[in-house]
Design a protein around this ligand. Sequence first.
Ligand code: GLA
Length: 522
Amino acid sequence: MNKTGFHEFGISSSELQTALRRILLVSSLLLLLAPSFVAAQSDLTGFWVLRVPTGDGNYRETFFDLKQSGEAVTGKVLQGARELAISGGTFKAGRLHLVATIHFQSVERQITYDGTIEGSKISMTVSFPGRDPVAGTAERTSPSAALPPPRLPLPALHDVPDNGLARTPPMGWNSWNKFAGKVDDAAVRGMADAMVSSGMKAVGYTYINIDDTWEGPHDAQGNITTNRKFPDMKALADYVHSKGLKIGIYSGPGPKTCAGYEGSYGHEEQDAKTYAAWGIDYLKYDWCSAGRIYKDEDMQAVYQKMGDALLATGRPIVFSLCQYGRGEVWKWGPKVGGNLWRTTGDISDNWRSLENIGFSQFNIAAYARPGHWNDPDMLEIGNGGMTADEYRTHMSLWALLAAPLLAGNDLRTMSEETKSILMNTEVIAIDQDAEAKPVQVISRDGNTVVLARLLQDHSTAVGLFNRGDQTAEVSVNWSALNLAGKKLSARDLWKHQPTETPGDRYSASVPAHGVVLLKVGP
Ligand code: GLA
């Protein structure tokens, strides 16, 4: 027997080497082809979780419940409570292509998911019209991973004592409308600087509010952490305070916030204590994923939990309820310690959105009072999607409604026109009027609307609005304001000058989507 011992089987050494080389070649070819071979054969049926990194240390999770039959893939995309049916899904030659339709801002849009198989994972790209595609990795998971945690019991209802804050509608800035997920420590510091240097602080703007996406996970001790964009929240709060301003933060009663970040569910008291320790002065508390655990009827108890927790910290913290005006929140908002409550869905930077929200708030105006305000959402002034006339309408309506004035633009780069709208002290004075009398609809006629509000100094703020697309003449009879027969003086609050009041009615030519705002007194 020779050294190799193979001769016994009639195989020469060179034959053996050739055979070995062939085996090696075939097996390496097989290895190369393996993923697509496996993929082509594999069945994607089952539950998957896609994790898309948000760039700050967090991941946004989307679940897929897939059913594969040959090359066809059907099933559902699950994102929070949202379920989207998959249409036209295919899996061909190792490539997955899924399409799901979503109703976004009353328009149907298609999200597409394109994946390639990598071992047991799928490398995926998500495309949404008008946004940059994002990439992540999907892996198999169990259906239970897509479910919310079990329901925790809720406290019995009681009235949370008034915290004594927000005697006039809060004024400040919030990050969401302009920055959304891109807000970070530097932007917040920049906004605090600009609030002072622009003169906004001097006319009453006070709160610098960080909206969603600052959050990290709760740590092993259950303490909420910040993500990479906010390395030191206490230091940031100190900085904002050093400017003579106050700082706000955002969370929600569910396990996840609206942007999919960590919420306060089951950590309410601990989170409130952390906010207080950081020096936070304002909390916006957003329903979102709480809706997967609780019903609308539970909202009062859910919000009361955080209202109590904030009060228990001993630090004055404005409590801002954000549940989009559901469950007639204006009736119970004050009872949970709420200083303001959203009355509508999200505003966006266009006339339709502004018009729909701004002119639909009059029936609930009487629920606003010192310490407790209706919140028709934050300002879009200066964000570029509307004309100056439309932004003046925005500011005028919010002032007449005694709405919070939370600027939502980049304060570092404001045009003079934007400044003149946000810092019109005569309009701000109406918003902040100490009497907080409800606005009244004096008349509506086609596209024109006349609103009025009695002020503490016994004068009346009068808004002549034109919702139409053409300039229109808008009039008001002084008798409708109980001002007939009196010697009147009137001031145009956008022109900053007195205006003549001849006769028994006032008429003005009002530009498309614009306003003439007056202060009238005997
Ligand atoms: C909801 C709120 C918005 C904003 C986002 C953040 O949509 O209504 O104002 O806070 O969540 O995710």
